[in-house]
Design a protein. Structure first.
Length: 405
């Protein structure tokens, strides 16, 4: 009996010893973490528009002082572009590394602010790429739990496409005509002494951008300066100024002559020819030749090297007046009379053009001049015949009275 009890006790003690050894082995192989930490993603705005700047904030909390933190943050680089995150954060292209292991400040909370810019519409998810490593001051691992953050990026608000200029001025010199947003090509001349053209360009909208290209280091001869206005929407307007820098010793006589005439020629943004004096006229295309005024025929006029359709008197093509088919500032299209000598433009009225019609008629003019003479002769003869008839009646009456007596 005693032997059985002793055997049982022996087995029991062996079992207890094995259990203790087993538990010690587990403890040595799998150390238990001292405490835990929580990594939280947050953002002030969960919905942004393309072009907006936004911040993602990471907060690491623990029940004991944090000795170090190292982790990787993933995001969609096609939707959001990383800007900056402080000295502990680096990376980009969809993956950021936070390496904060040398901090000397003992704290139970660490905070990281990451700056991004929205690039494209979509949902951008921020998450840990791998299990973060968090240590306490003793260097022991802390278990970490974390959340995910989703930022919605929507289309940008409707942006203005206004790329017009309120004012465009140059120095030295002047543009060959007053600036208009309907005209995108201008000319000017500068003396040889000036190798730079100063530009003052004021956009109608304050948020439009203006850049100037080609206005420095002007060479003698033709130079092209571009004033580019970019609207908030990205739409661009390119205003070209053809700048002629005169040769050394040359004068600006050509400019003075042009100023005296008052008529300048340029092109608008659609490359149509534009004539300007006190008003602005755009060269138009006459679709129906039957509308050409009587006694005129189609021809061609060359102004400042540019060719325009013109209409001249059929029998006097050297006449100082020609007709041009133009559209005025109000959008009305019709014929205008151009004076080749004075270089002026005035409205052409067909009913007031008798002189133009008479000029080429030649011999026919003499025929029309004889009509009043013929009418006068007929009138005189009629009066003479009437007088003779009356006289004849009177004589006849007198003779009758004598016979009755």
């Amino acid at each position: 009996m005693k032997q059985r009890i002793s055997k049982r006790l022996h087995i029991m003690f062996v079992g207890i010893a094995c259990a203790l050894l087993f538990s010690m082995g587990i403890k040595m192989s799998f150390p238990v973490k001292a405490a835990s930490a929580t990594l939280t993603f947050s953002a002030e705005k969960r919905t942004v528009t393309v072009g907006d700047v936004f911040y993602v904030v990471l907060v690491l909390d623990s029940g004991e002082n944090i000795g170090g933190f190292e982790g990787y943050i993933s995001y969609d680089s096609e939707i959001a572009e990383f800007d900056t995150g402080g000295k502990f954060v680096n990376g980009g292209e969809g993956l950021l590394r936070i390496n904060d292991v040398d901090s000397t400040e003992a704290s139970t909370t660490k905070k990281y602010s990451l700056k991004f810019k929205a690039k494209k519409t979509g949902e951008c998810v921020f998450d840990t790429s791998e299990a973060p490593a968090v240590y306490n001051e003793a260097g022991e691992d802390l278990s970490v739990s974390s959340n995910k953050l989703s930022i919605s990026v929507h289309k940008s608000k409707s942006l203005s496409s206004n790329n017009r200029l309120a004012k465009l001025m140059i120095s030295p010199g002047e543009l060959n005509q007053e600036y208009s947003n309907d005209i995108t090509a201008y000319k000017t001349e500068v003396p040889y002494e000036n190798d730079m053209l100063f530009i003052s360009a004021v956009p109608e909208r304050e948020d439009a951008a203006v850049t100037v290209e080609g206005n420095e280091d002007l060479k003698p001869g033709k130079n092209f300066v571009h004033v580019v206005v970019t609207a908030p929407s990205g739409d661009k307007r390119d205003v070209q100024i053809e700048v002629t820098r005169l040769e050394e010793g040359a004068s600006q006589a050509a400019d003075i002559e042009k100023a005296e005439t008052g008529l300048v020629l340029s092109k608008d943004k659609e490359n149509n020819l534009v004539l300007s004096d006190k008003h602005i006229y755009t060269a138009a295309k006459l679709e129906d030749d039957s509308a050409i005024p009587a006694f005129y025929e189609k021809s061609e006029l060359t102004l400042e090297g540019e060719k325009l359709e013109a209409y001249v008197l059929s029998r006097d093509q050297g006449n100082e007046f020609v007709l041009l088919y133009l559209t005025n500032e109000k959008g009305n299209t019709g014929f205008y009379k151009y004076d080749r000598v004075e270089k002026t433009i005035q409205r052409y009225e067909q009913e007031n053009s008798i002189k133009d019609k008479e000029k080429p008629l030649g011999p026919e003019k003499e025929k029309t001049g004889k009509a009043p003479v013929s009418i006068s002769l007929v009138a005189v003869l009629g009066i003479i015949i009437l007088v003779l008839v009356i006289y004849s009646v009177i004589i006849t009456m007198k003779n009758k009275n004598r016979r009755e007596k």
